[in-house]
Ligand binder design. Structure first.
Ligand code: NAP
Length: 251
């Protein structure tokens, strides 16, 4: 699950609502949570919502800093929010990645970070992302992927598969744009045998049916949508025909 915007909240009622979203996620078996210091209060709010359930979750956060000093301060804060351990620490938008990578390697060697990754949202940066992958020093990437944003198919996904990287998919609904033009229910009928009853599930299963993609992180502000989204994480997976149908419906 993503937390951009949805977890950048303040005040008891809003934070209680964030906790309800986390409750729904864990109850539905969705245990991977992505956040960042770029998302305002989201890291702190997610940490508080997980609280005693920290061990039931996999936390992916990011370092997003031009300077090493700010990077260090962000890592210290995040370790405070998440009980001293980060499952996946990513370099956000590759910002100052050479220095931040050394920092994250030190944290990993000290046992406070399990895995190091890198993220970018823009195809203009995919050349640089390829270079980071080719250093052999990261184990995961986070990139956008949905039927209308397929640039990673050209060389990022093949390279990630060749190198055995974990692939986290941001923006499975195109920041919500794909949800505003949902097809009619009857157009989804061929997808029912795959457990798909909603357009959100069709889009998530479209992502996860590519064996090179491992985690999709849809964000929602509505607890009742979490179980709907999580259900798309179970097989059976789409074949080429179903993926083409979803791409046609999205176009
Ligand atoms: N966007 C980026 O550039 C970017 C960059 C780096 C990382 N990320 C990470 O990736 C995560 C996901 O990307 P995203 O938040 O940009 O967009 P997204 O997950 O593609 O779309 C989120 C939107 O989809 C709606 N939605 C969620 N579930 C739904 C459902 N079942 N039915 C109908 N609408 C549904 C949400 O509205 P409701 O709240 O009303 O449900 C929200 O407006 C982020 O939260 C962040 O952790 C994003």
């Amino acid at each position: 699950m993503g937390t951009w915007r949805t977890f950048d909240v303040r005040g008891a009622a809003a934070e209680q609502h964030a906790r309800a979203i986390v409750d729904a996620a864990l109850a539905a078996g969705a245990d991977f949570f992505d956040t960042s210091p770029m998302y305002g209060a989201a890291e702190r709010v997610l940490g508080a919502a997980l609280h005693e359930r920290r061990n039931a979750a996999q936390v992916a956060t990011k370092v997003w800093a031009s300077s090493l000093a700010e990077g260090r301060a962000q890592v210290e804060r995040a370790l405070g929010f998440f009980d001293g351990i980060i499952d996946l620490y990513q370099i956000h938008n590759l910002l100052n990645w050479r220095e931040q990578l050394v920092l994250l390697e030190q944290e990993r060697d000290a046992g406070r970070v399990r895995t190091i990754g890198a993220t970018h949202y823009s195809p203009a940066a995919f050349g640089e992302l390829r270079g980071v992958i080719e250093t052999g020093r990261i184990a995961a990437i986070q990139i956008p992927y949905n039927p209308l944003e397929r640039e990673i198919e050209r060389d990022i996904l093949p390279l990630a598969a060749e190198r055995g990287l974990g692939v986290v998919v941001m923006r499975p609904f195109g920041e919500g744009a794909l949800m505003r033009r949902a097809p009619a229910d009857k157009q989804l009928a061929p997808l029912r045998p795959f457990g798909v009853t909603t357009w959100a599930q069709a889009l998530l299963k479209w992502v996860l049916s590519d064996p090179r993609c491992h985690v999709a992180i849809p964000a929602t502000s509505r607890p009742e949508r979490v179980a709907e989204n999580a259900a798309a994480g179970d097989p059976p997976w789409f074949g080429a025909e179903e993926r083409e149908l979803v791409a046609r419906l999205a176009a």
